[in-house]
Write a protein that binds this ligand. Structure first.
Ligand SMILES: N[C@@H](CCC(=O)N[C@@H](CS)C(=O)NCC(=O)O)C(=O)O
Length: 212
């Protein structure tokens, strides 16, 4: 069996803890029951070695023996191919999961991330915030809501798509953005009630706390 290593920062300031994206990878690996270890890279002084693995100096990346992969979406697809707990093997099932992986990152997170950053900086009265608020709520959550009202998971079973979508929605929820979308809120609650999410979260919190 190959050696799987999740690389994240050695430390992070308190606000993003619990939301640093290595959590997505830890969660998937826990769901798959694949053994892995976690390595640290400096948060403050990012070395050339870091940029060689992640061109923007971000985290996480995954090492799978001599393969190194960055971008959480790409890592999820890589892990999905290793475990049916994360991604079905049949072409239809794989296609459905893959489209929701991209929807989570490319259709929802592309708007929710600037929305959350503006929330975080307290800039909620600007025109820019109004633009992203409409984008997230009117053009994304309002469409996701009836879908999630009828389904437990995005496809007919839990998959990497749910890890990504629920993590994306979790950040919106952090700033109360799901208040008018109860099915989205219930979906996040279902996802984070999973023991594998709870373990991943506790492990990430302990990892950063250790470096304080
Ligand atoms: N699209 C990337 C985003 C990675 C990302 O935003 N990582 C954050 C931590 S969650 C980071 O490293 N931020 C520090 C920085 O951008 O300098 C992915 O999904 O892997």
């Amino acid at each position: 069996m190959s050696e799987l290593v999740v690389v994240t920062y050695d430390w992070a300031p308190p606000p993003p803890r619990g939301f640093v994206r290595d959590l997505r990878i830890r969660w998937a690996l826990e769901e798959a029951g694949l053994p892995y270890r976690v390595e640290s890279t400096p948060f403050r002084d990012r070395e050339p070695e870091h940029f060689a693995h992640q061109p923007f100096g971000q985290v996480p990346w995954l090492k799978d023996d001599d393969v190194s992969i960055f971008e959480t979406g790409a890592i999820m697809l890589h892990l999905g191919a290793k475990s049916e707990a994360l991604m079905p093997k049949d072409a239809r099932g794989r296609g459905e999961v893959t489209e929701w992986v991209f929807a989570a990152l490319n259709s929802v997170e592309m708007a929710s991330l600037p929305w959350a950053l503006l929330q975080f900086s307290g800039d909620t009265s600007s025109q820019a915030f109004q633009l992203f608020d409409d984008f997230v709520k009117v053009h994304r959550l309002a469409h996701l809501e009836p879908i999630l009202a009828e389904r437990e998971w995005l496809t007919n079973r839990f998959s990497v798509a749910d890890i990504l979508m629920s993590d994306v929605l979790r950040l919106i929820d952090r700033f109360d953005g799901l208040a008018a979308f109860p099915a989205c809120g219930a979906y996040v609650a279902r996802a984070i009630a999973r023991p594998c999410f709870q373990k991943a979260l506790a492990d990430q919190m302990a990892h950063f706390a250790k470096a304080d």
